[in-house]
Ligand binder design. Sequence first.
Ligand code: FE2
Ligand code: FE2
Length: 257
Amino acid sequence: MVLAPELVSLYDTPLWRRMSEEQRIELSRHEAASLASLGIWFEIILMQLLVRHIYDKSLTSHHVRYALTEIADECRHSMMFARLIRQSGTPAYPVPRIYHNLARILKTVSTTPGSFASTLLGEEILDWMQRLTFPDERVQPLVRGVTRINVVEEARHVRYAREELRRQMATTPRREQEFTRLSCGEAARVFSTCFVNPGVYEAVGLDRREAVAQVRASGHRREVMRSGARRLTDFLDDVGLLRGAGRRLWKSSGLLA
Ligand SMILES: [Fe+2]
Ligand SMILES: [Fe+2]
């Protein structure tokens, strides 16, 4: 397997039970490429958010140096994921055009706390999945190596973003906080929608609509996504980001029960 089977979107659905072992492995290979593509997309967004964040700050400060280190980390992760996709012989799976453009708007108008909340959104769920992937002996060795590197480096990023977000939320004007709740909820909705590109089902000879419908109906999948997001949503709730309309967007994303 290229992913732990439990992390494959169709796991435990009627379609999954009809699939041969080879077909399951094939699907896991394409889903891994889809997740790596999502990772690159997200890291490119994140690099821009971080560059915007430091633009007006003292460029020789420790704070800026820390942000630059993270930008460099994300830059190397993106190259690593790109090589993984090439290596695996699958196509890359960019997110649908409409979400690609919606994210263009979100990353342009994002507030500073919004940027750190989005950082955590992209990092914590994938991190949770990768922590299940690298120790798993059923998983292909290159994928285990790549996910291990990412987990080690992301631990620093998650800590930085959490500390920064807590500070930001305590000092940001109320209007901006409200806007941040909405933009962050919308980012959660876009991110969870884009999580797996439905092209992966066609790539292994499945009917796209049937597969998407079964993933939507899957209780196992819902649980995986919520478990992956739980540490994050607990934290966001704690710093006051999951209130009102923003909270409703999080619920509609499927990441919050
Ligand atoms: Fe990364
Ligand atoms: Fe990161």
